[in-house]
Write a protein that binds this ligand. Structure first.
Ligand SMILES: Cc1ncc(COP(=O)(O)O)c(C=O)c1O
Length: 451
């Protein structure tokens, strides 16, 4: 039995490969719907047995029940939260990475993979204008990347502050929820800076510092966002960098969603100041068209991260024998999938221009959508989109109406759109990033608002 599990089984292989080929050929993939808990439980019940049920039974439950009750985040009309749109090349290479059993901890174990991942990190660092020595690693997501970076910021500050000194992270009221979680986990508090028009600026920071000099003195880092999850707004990164420099704060830039906009000439100017970041994150599994789960984490001075994250265990001494790059030393992780490789493969296959074009296409779509909404009676555009998120309001609608509409158009398999809050009200929100989403799709969804 044991050996059978590790023998090549051509039938099992073709069964799974056939399924994969069918899925990869779908255009678009089905949107699918939230499953019914009782039906899912019934289909799963009794499947794990001492003797095994065989591949056809397992795959049939997957394709008939599990897959159908999983919303496809890469559907061109999945506009809720932050969607995904992995390239076919990156999806295929993700399977290669799985088959290769790459342990991505260290240079010793995975030199080629580490070098290729670092090539991608270098490309990202160059697009942000970070210096030659910048580097880091890929982690599972923006939350893990924010946590790993801000731990380095905290420990770097601790070395400069009095023992036991209270520490805070300066953030805008628009920063991502993972920053607050990070603060809780690492035992520091937030120095929350109220924003005007939802943008963190140097002026807003200075006002908050003047209003609470004691709180400001406890701050050791400031987080700038490019762009915010709710509205795609880019903070005044150069103004924040200036204040950070004056106060010797660590400057962290959270570009989990919007960092990809660095590739787009039409908005690149809005990121001015990012080159001063001490740490920068961007999620390729969002707008850089890589599969889940992949976040790039880059430090201006990687040695500071190494000092904090390197795990000390005698059984690991072998990986630290040389001066080569060990991805484990740059984040809170040890074992890691070489999750940067699918992006590396796709970048090499398609070239960087294709990425620029794909990001620009969502920006163009957001601008066209904004125009369409502004011109539609009964709808109100809430602000000009900076990136690819569009916020709107329908006359006379309450939270209940938005929620009912959201459920209805998902049940009808038209689109997946969820409302959000803006200025204390429930509003509509479209988050675009799939290059195959069209203005005709937007018209179709807007038409459902009239009924
Ligand atoms: C600005 C920002 N930061 C952090 C995150 C968290 O990223 P993840 O979901 O990959 O943990 C998100 C997710 O949408 C985000 O938009």
């Amino acid at each position: 039995m044991t050996s059978r599990m590790h023998e090549h089984d051509p039938q099992l292989t073709s069964l799974v490969f056939d399924y994969l080929q069918r899925r990869l050929a779908m255009d678009p993939v089905p949107l699918d719907r939230p499953g019914d808990a009782a039906e899912i439980q019934a289909a799963l019940s009794g499947l794990i047995t001492p003797g095994g049920r065989g591949a056809p039974a397992a795959l049939s439950v997957y394709s008939e029940t599990i897959a159908k009750s999983v919303l496809s985040a890469d559907h061109p009309k999945f506009w809720a939260f932050i969607p995904a749109a992995p390239t076919k090349a990156s999806l295929l290479f993700d399977m290669v990475v799985s088959c290769a059993s790459i342990q991505g901890i260290s240079w010793l174990e995975a030199a080629g993979a580490v070098a290729a991942e670092n090539q991608v990190l270098r490309w990202i660092a160059d697009s942000a204008g970070l210096p030659e020595g910048a580097g880091g690693t890929f982690v599972s997501g923006g939350s893990a990347a924010n946590l790993s970076a801000l731990v380095v910021a905290r420990d770097t500050a601790r070395r400069k502050r009095a023992p036991g000194a209270k520490l805070r992270i300066a953030v805008s009221d628009q920063a991502h929820s993972s920053i607050r979680n990070t603060a809780n986990i690492i035992g520091v508090e937030l120095f929350v800076v109220p924003t005007q028009d939802h943008v963190l600026t140097a002026a807003a920071l200075r006002l908050a510092i003047d209003a609470d000099p004691t709180g400001a003195a406890e701050a050791f880092a400031v987080v700038g966002t490019c762009g915010t999850t709710n509205a795609g707004i880019i903070d005044d990164l150069s103004g924040i960098a200036e204040v950070a420099r004056e106060r010797d704060w660590w400057f962290h830039v959270d570009g989990a969603y919007g960092g990809a906009g660095l590739l787009a000439p039409s908005v690149r100017g809005l990121y001015a100041g990012i080159e001063h970041a001490d740490s920068f994150i961007v999620d390729p599994h969002k707008w850089l068209f890589a599969p889940f789960d992949c976040a790039a984490l880059i430090y201006r001075q990687p040695a500071l991260a190494r000092a904090v994250h390197t795990q000390d265990a005698s059984y690991l001494d072998a990986i630290h024998d040389s001066e080569e790059w060990n991805p484990t030393d740059y984040a809170y992780h040890l074992t890691r999938r070489a999750r940067g490789l699918p992006l590396w493969f796709s970048l090499v296959v398609h070239g960087t221009d294709a990425y620029t074009e794909a990001v620009e296409s969502s920006l163009t779509l957001a601008r066209e959508t904004a125009k369409l909404i502004a011109a539609t009676p009964g709808l109100k555009l809430l602000r000009q989109p900076t990136l690819s998120v569009v916020l709107w309001q329908r006359d006379g609608w309450s939270a209940v109406d938005y929620n009912e509409w959201s459920h209805r158009i998902l049940a009808d398999q038209v689109a997946f759109v969820t409302p959000t809050q803006w200025a204390g009200q429930t509003v509509g929100r479209f988050a675009f990033l799939h290059p195959k989403t069209t203005i005709a799709d937007v018209r179709e969804v807007l038409a459902t608002l009239q009924s």
